[in-house]
Design a protein around this ligand. Sequence first.
Ligand SMILES: Cc1ccc(Cc2cc(O)c(O)c(C(=O)NC/C=C/[C@H]3O[C@@H](n4cnc5c(N)ncnc54)[C@H](O)[C@@H]3O)c2)cc1
Ligand SMILES: [Mg+2]
Length: 214
Amino acid sequence: TGSSRPQRMLKAVQKNATKGDPKSVISAIDYYCRHKEWAMNVGDDKGLILDSVLTEVNPSTALELGTYCGYSSVRIARLLSPDSKLITIEFNPAFAAIARQIIAYAGLQDKVILVEGASGDLIPKMKERFGIKSFDFVFLDHWKDRYVPDTKLLEDCGLLKKGTVLLADNVICPGAPEYLKYVRNNPRYESRYYPSNLEYTKVEDGLEKSVFLE
Ligand SMILES: Cc1ccc(Cc2cc(O)c(O)c(C(=O)NC/C=C/[C@H]3O[C@@H](n4cnc5c(N)ncnc54)[C@H](O)[C@@H]3O)c2)cc1
Ligand SMILES: [Mg+2]
């Protein structure tokens, strides 16, 4: 049987990026997905917004829902301060295996904890398993119908604190209409939309940044 898209993405990184150089890993993936084979990474355009929000928040503990191949894990982890950590959750073992290799190729394995499993099962275990009191930053990029239930779960598990920033990908395309309704009509959040485009295309998409106020 042939290779998978994630496997071909990993090959492109190993061929075109420099080991230990996160910037070259990001460029290699963006080049491959723009010119060879599209894939659902947050991408270079929305990636610049992700970078600027991260630089502003400078999180000590960050959470990512939906690792896929690790592109945004690398984008996030490369900007973290020395003792900061990213926990990223992925339930597809094949994707997780590729992501581990891409994160390691970038030299960021010591800043990223990739946990295999479903967000709904793992979020309630964050405190006991990883000694997390609360997250400073959460990047939502998994199945779009999980954005609301997982946000509520993070609230209920006491994993959000005053000032925690949630950043959600794809709120226009594929779209997360229930999530937008939830965070925009909610006194506990201060929300703002960052317009951009669907990765590697001219289709409109954007990120929603929501600050937890409670
Ligand atoms: C109509 C249409 C279709 C697709 C697009 C293009 C497009 C553009 C984008 O940026 C997209 O993010 C997406 C998209 O669908 N993303 C879903 C991403 C899932 C990844 O997360 C994993 N996962 C999913 N639920 C969970 C969960 N509970 N616990 C743990 N891991 C989970 C999966 O295992 C995958 O690794 C699609 C645009 C328009
Ligand atoms: Mg996405």
